[in-house]
Design a protein around this ligand. Structure first.
Ligand SMILES: Cc1cc2nc3c(=O)[nH]c(=O)nc-3n(C[C@H](O)[C@H](O)[C@H](O)COP(=O)(O)OP(=O)(O)OC[C@H]3O[C@@H](n4cnc5c(N)ncnc54)[C@H](O)[C@@H]3O)c2cc1C
Ligand SMILES: *[C@@H]1O[C@H](CO)[C@@H](O)[C@H](O)[C@H]1NC(C)=O
Ligand SMILES: *[C@@H]1O[C@H](CO)[C@@H](O)[C@H](O)[C@H]1NC(C)=O
Ligand SMILES: *[C@@H]1O[C@H](CO)[C@@H](O)[C@H](O)[C@H]1NC(C)=O
Length: 534
């Protein structure tokens, strides 16, 4: 490892917090920007020779710079440390990538330096928060810089407990555990091991969606590091266009280093799942479907369609956000004969830990999602189609778990999307309620990728085609469950162009499209060739 002894007095912060006319200067030079922070750019030629082209994109210079600037915050390629670190991804598909360097900044200005180093050296980067995205290169990058936000882990409630400042590398379990001590909560993920960063930038469905909307609808303010390394405080008034874009537009505008979330008083919840035999489908599907029309802001439900060792079952979540045993709203669900139930009054931490334990890290994973207008008959059709299409593969592949999940975007939920000026997602309450179907697939061996990925693609393409035929298909792909073969931003309709213009304004050189290439950008699906392509 080549080391520099850099003369460095990094400016503590490069805050340009309130200029809503922010634009990157046309002549912006990342090398000069680094030099202006005390970074001795000339030393590169001392180490690599006068003819060394630092901008060749081969990452040697970037690794050396980051390692010498921040020896305690870097993990280098092919070391035991890197191997241990890679287990922090939920999906093995992401964990098996080997970055040239893992950089773990502890402050926004260190994130800023990393972006400038990437721009100068043209070494590509990825950004990791909770590491729960399943597709290759979403938050990890072979032979590039993986910026792991794990050290951005502040949990700071305001004095009046109405706002909580959250570091962008936290997982929700840590957040819920800490906030429970204050008697408050925030609108985060339903599994404790999901990260704050990806969840909130893509949308974010929580147990409290009917009361508060999605995660992105509850952000009072973002701290964002832009492509030129500026640290912006993004609120509805400081940068209204950027604020709206960040609410659901994904990773296309910068790196969020802190989310200031609106908090609410919250104690224990009533929650758990009832398992029904498929034989009860004529009762379960109509009873579950009623929740699509619910205006009760305390209710949250979903239905998993499962094959447990050859037995076809439904698992229906009954969640109520007050500590009331057996709320009347679930009495019809309870009255249908069921195989088991684990509903109880419990803490949010307990519930979200249970969900996390049901989907442990280490498998190969894939998600695929589509949205439809609410229609009970369509749900029944989907369930039968899923079993018909997957019975032949069930139990044949090591570690295989095929988990379609059906959930509702109620009008009550969608009305909350309008909070604080509205988010950048394309649905409107008038068109609701909607069905969101997610197909989650887990398996063990790479050798089984092709057959299983083509199965999930076939099931979801059939669902789409039938939805089109019945006039129910809605072209909205929810980013957080989108597959790498889906064009998430194209599904935002007219909002895509609005988002693209915002990205062009704050990132004119397309750093977050080209130097941070993974996940959902404006350039079509992350992948177009392979077993999931139709
Ligand atoms: C078991 C499980 C449970 C889930 N539960 C829910 C749920 O209840 N509701 C729901 O809506 N979704 C849920 N999801 C989906 C989840 O929201 C997405 O997988 C999400 O992308 C995970 O975020 P992350 O930070 O953990 O992932 P990461 O892989 O770290 O990040 C995902 C993407 O976001 C980008 N990103 C992350 N942080 C930032 C940042 N600070 N600034 C800019 N870009 C950033 C990354 O670069 C990457 O492209 C669940 C997923 C799993 C596997
Ligand atoms: C350095 O390499 C990049 C990428 O290959 C190239 O575009 C650029 O022109 C090179 N610069 C010099 C001075 O050779
Ligand atoms: C950073 O690492 C050096 C040696 O690698 C060590 O001496 C020092 O204590 C570390 N500093 C911190 C803050 O961990
Ligand atoms: C949740 O609480 C129940 C009842 O106290 C307990 O049996 C269970 O183990 C807990 N689950 C988790 C994941 O903590």
């Amino acid at each position: 490892m080549m080391r520099f002894s850099l003369v460095l007095a990094l400016a503590a912060a490069v805050v340009e917090g309130t200029l809503s006319s922010y634009r990157e200067p046309a002549n912006f030079d990342p090398k000069k920007a680094l030099a202006s922070r005390g970074f001795n750019v000339k030393q590169l030629s001392t180490f690599f020779g006068a003819n060394y082209n630092a901008s060749s994109g081969d990452c040697t210079a970037a690794v050396s710079i980051l390692h010498s600037l921040y020896p305690n915050r870097t993990i280098v390629q092919n070391t035991p440390e890197e191997q241990a670190w890679s287990l922090g991804y939920w999906s093995a598909i992401q964990g098996e990538e080997t970055p040239a360097v893992v950089f773990q900044p502890a402050r926004a200005d260190e994130v800023s330096t990393a972006i400038l180093v990437s721009r100068w050296t043209q070494c590509k980067f990825a950004v990791k928060s909770g590491g729960h995205a399943s597709m290759k290169s979403a938050s990890n990058i072979d032979n590039g810089i993986t910026i792991d936000l794990v050290n951005l882990n502040t949990i700071q409630p305001s004095q009046d407990k109405k706002i909580v400042a959250l570091g962008a590398g936290l997982k929700w379990g840590a957040v819920y555990t800490e906030l429970a001590k204050h008697g408050i909560q925030v609108n985060g993920a339903r599994g404790s091991d999901v990260g704050v960063g990806g969840f909130t930038t893509g949308g974010g469905i929580s147990y409290f969606a009917n009361k508060y909307g999605w995660g992105c609808d509850n952000v009072a303010s973002y701290e964002l590091v832009t492509a030129s390394g500026s640290i912006l405080t993004v609120t509805p008034t400081s940068y209204p266009d950027l604020y709206k874009a960040l609410r659901g537009g994904g990773p296309n505008f910068g790196i969020v280093t802190r989310f200031d979330l609106e908090a609410f008083p919250q104690g224990d919840i009533f929650s758990g799942s009832l398992i029904y035999s498929y034989d009860e489908r004529a009762k379960v599907i109509p009873a579950f479907s009623k929740f699509a029309y619910s205006t009760d802001t305390k209710v949250h439900t979903w239905m998993f369609v499962l094959n447990l060792g050859g037995q076809k079952v439904f698992s229906v979540l009954n969640m109520y956000s007050s500590p009331i045993v057996d709320p009347p709203v679930f009495s019809e669900m309870r009255s249908i004969p069921h195989l088991s139930s684990d509903t109880a009054v419990r803490s949010l931490v307990n519930m979200t830990d249970q969900i996390a334990a049901q989907g442990p890290a280490g498998s190969r994973d894939m998600f695929w999602t589509h949205t439809f207008k609410m229609d009970e008959a369509f749900i029944a059709w989907f369930v039968d189609m899923f079993y018909a299409e997957t019975d032949a593969v069930q139990g044949k592949y090591e570690g295989m778990n095929a988990l379609p999940l059906i959930q509702f975007l109620t009008k009550t939920n969608l009305e909350r999307w309008g909070r604080n000026g509205g988010n950048s997602l394309p649905l409107r309450a008038e068109g609701g309620p909607y069905i969101n179907i997610i197909f989650a697939l887990m398996w063990k061996n790479e050798a089984d990728d092709d057959v299983l990925i083509s199965t999930i693609a076939r099931v979801m393409n059939k669902a789409k085609a039938e939805g089109v035929k019945r006039g129910l298909f809605v072209d909205y792909v929810y980013m957080n469950y989108g597959s790498e073969y889906q064009d998430v931003l194209e599904s935002y309709g007219a909002n895509k162009e609005v988002l693209r213009r915002v990205a062009e304004k704050y990132d004119p050189k397309e750093v977050f499209q080209k130097l941070r290439p993974g996940y959902f950008t404006f350039n079509g699906p992350p992948r177009t060739v392979g077993p999931g392509a139709s």
